[in-house]
Design a protein around this ligand. Structure first.
Ligand SMILES: NC(=O)C1=CN([C@@H]2O[C@H](COP(=O)(O)OP(=O)(O)OC[C@H]3O[C@@H](n4cnc5c(N)ncnc54)[C@H](OP(=O)(O)O)[C@@H]3O)[C@@H](O)[C@H]2O)C=CC1
Ligand SMILES: CC(=O)C(=O)O
Ligand SMILES: [Mg+2]
Length: 564
């Protein structure tokens, strides 16, 4: 029996039938009316609407998730477009910034530097018998908000809520982890309420040693579980170290790479420009930018280019300007592959200079800096291209390189657009346009679901590529006709089935699947298997409740009280 990101009990739940109330000995502990999920959801929506700040809505929803897990997930699944921004980007960003001040209850596992050598024992404290998936952060680069230390816990909690809502992972088998390696955020260090250890960050080498111990301990307690690394400032060393040893992947490099690859597969077609003529400028040369660029390189190679031809289609700009071999600084390892050598000694310090020089067909923003896609730059993109591809992908909203409204106005509606955080619809020339959301939430839930169901030994590059192809396939004719790059978020569970299926097929092709009997299923049968495995919260029946009551316990209400 577990609590974790979801309590299996529904104390005082007004949807309990009279039989259930009698069987549990809880008659009278709640109002007499037996309610449907529908009514309960409507009350929740009313209560959310009464809250005047986003953070109040976030706290309300966190409390609901912890006290009435099934209702929370029904609400999320049935109101995906409205609730996702409240539990994920953008509001989760603000929640993380305020985490130590809004904290009310434990929602994940904190592994501290002082626990090193003892991590296996600390894991024993996690109350769930089974865990299928972990999302872990060290809080060092939370969205585009920098080092938030343990306040970053909102991210693993939020990502796992989407695993459950978008892909039907059992909430009782999810584990959010924040490793507390110290923080270099002086605001946190000076904050009396900061909930992490008040010390500067340990070295990268020390952190890697700590992660080694954590990975061994996790796989010892829950063999073969999936581990998603999230929002690490330098995620490359851990990805290289664990990708061939454990069932692990990095969402910011690989998940983001896949979701944007899925979007450009559709976007390049809409732009009408052949792949060979595409020229992509990236503002940002960090983990997400390099992850995205490398995935698109793979697309180019699959379409006949050599690796060298493919990498030359990219110009990456970091905080010092265009990344070139002769810029005079020491380039981080991950930038070398895309570093330019054709600049004839010329250096370009600003994005606008790079745009003038490259004349790109596409502009990707992954630089954590709001507003850098200026009116002048976007107008140049529109002058150079019939349909410029402009993706401001940094999160949360105020870090977005431009807004949807700006991109639409400054290109006179010609833009092919996707952003990391959601933007409202915009009406141009009397037609309402809905912006695409190029966020890894379209793929990571399906990647995790696929890996869990086929019990894959690793998460290979082919599985990541397959997730992007699955996403691109999921855009239906109606969505294509509207010019959308991504499917309607309200269909995300259908999309996750396709993504999971493609991920499983790629695992099978690479002989990484341990659950071999799925190989016998055709695609329709495999989809059915996946759908049946997905958690789908339903109204409680007597048997449903009985299966959740531990033997010897007469009432889950009294049993549950005082836990944690
Ligand atoms: N839409 C999505 O699904 C996702 C979005 N993201 C977003 O992408 C952003 C970047 O994440 P990530 O790559 O992991 O972060 P990193 O810290 O690894 O990289 C940030 C990059 O931006 C560069 N940069 C920072 N400020 C500027 C500036 N003013 N001008 C030009 N370049 C600048 C940095 O330069 P330098 O190298 O010189 O320091 C670095 O290359 C975040 O906002 C994150 O929220 C991330 C993952 C998924
Ligand atoms: C979406 C995401 O993973 C990020 O912004 O880091
Ligand atoms: Mg992230």
């Amino acid at each position: 029996m577990s609590r974790g990101s979801g309590s299996p009990f529904r104390p005082y739940d007004t949807s309990f039938t009279n039989d259930v109330r009698k069987a549990l000995g809880i008659r009278g502990l709640m109002p007499p009316v037996v309610e449907s999920f529908e009514l309960q959801k409507n009350r929740c929506l009313e209560q959310i609407a009464m809250k005047t700040t986003s953070i109040d809505k976030y706290m309300y929803l966190s409390n609901l998730r912890n006290t009435n897990t099934d209702l929370f997930y029904r609400l999320l699944i049935d109101n995906m477009r409205e609730i996702t921004p409240l539990v994920y980007t953008p509001v989760v960003g603000e929640a993380c910034q305020k985490w130590s001040h809004i904290y009310t209850q434990p929602e994940g596992l904190y592994l501290s530097w002082s626990d090193r050598g003892n991590l296996r024992n600390v894991l024993e404290n996690w109350p769930a018998e089974e865990v299928d998936i972990v999302v872990v952060t060290d809080g060092s680069r939370i969205l585009g908000l920098g080092d938030l230390g343990v306040n970053g816990m909102g991210i693993p909690v939020g990502k796992l809520a989407l695993y459950v809502g978008c892909a039907g992972i059992d909430p009782r088998k999810t584990l959010p982890i924040t490793i507390d390696m110290g923080t270099n955020n002086e605001g946190n260090l000076g904050d009396p309420m900061y909930l992490g250890t008040k010390m500067h960050r340990v070295t990268e080498e020390d952190e890697l040693e700590f992660l080694d111990e954590m990975m061994i301990a996790l796989n010892d307690r829950w063999p073969g579980l999936v581990v998603q690394f999230e929002d690490f400032k330098n995620p490359f060393p851990s990805l290289e170290r664990y990708k061939n040893t454990y069932t692990a992947f990095n969402d910011d490099i690989q998940g983001t790479g896949a979701v944007i690859l899925g979007g450009v597969m559709s976007g390049f077609g809409r732009s009408g420009i052949p792949l060979a003529e595409q020229r992509l400028v990236f503002m940002g040369a960090g983990s997400a930018a390099v992850g995205v660029a490398k995935q698109i390189v793979e697309l180019f190679i699959k379409n006949g280019m050599t690796e060298d031809e493919a990498r030359r289609k990219f110009w990456l700009v970091d905080s010092k300007g265009l990344v070139t071999n002769d810029r005079g600084d020491h380039l981080a390892e991950h930038k070398l592959f895309f570093s330019r050598d054709d600049n004839s000694g010329q250096q370009f310090a600003s994005l606008e200079e790079v745009v003038d020089y490259v004349k790109p067909t596409a502009l990707m923003g992954l630089c954590t800096t709001g507003g850098v896609f200026t009116e002048s730059i976007i107008k140049k993109m529109a002058a150079m291209n019939e349909h410029p591809l402009i993706f401001p992908l940094s999160n949360p909203v105020h870090k977005s390189e431009c807004t949807f409204e700006q991109a639409m106005k400054w290109t006179d509606g010609k833009v092919i657009f996707a952003s990391g955080s959601p933007f409202p619809a915009y009406t141009h020339n009397g037609v309402e346009h809905i912006p695409g959301q190029g966020n890894n939430m379209y793929v990571f839930p399906g990647i995790g679901l696929g890996a869990i169901l086929c019990q894959s030994t690793h998460i290979s590059q082919d599985m990541i590529y397959a997730s992007a192809a699955g996403l691109a396939k999921s855009v239906n004719d109606e969505e294509k006709a509207k010019g959308w790059l991504y499917p309607d978020l309200r269909r995300i569970r259908e999309v996750s089935v396709v993504v999971a299926r493609e991920v499983i097929r790629a695992a099978q092709a690479g002989n990484l699947d341990r659950k071999k009997n799925l190989q016998r299923l055709n695609d329709a049968e495999l989809d059915e298997f996946i759908k049946k495995a997905m958690y789908d919260p339903c109204e409680p029946s007597s048997s449903h409740i009985a299966s959740r009551v531990p033997s010897g316990s007469s009432s889950p209400v009294s049993e549950e009280r005082g836990r944690f």
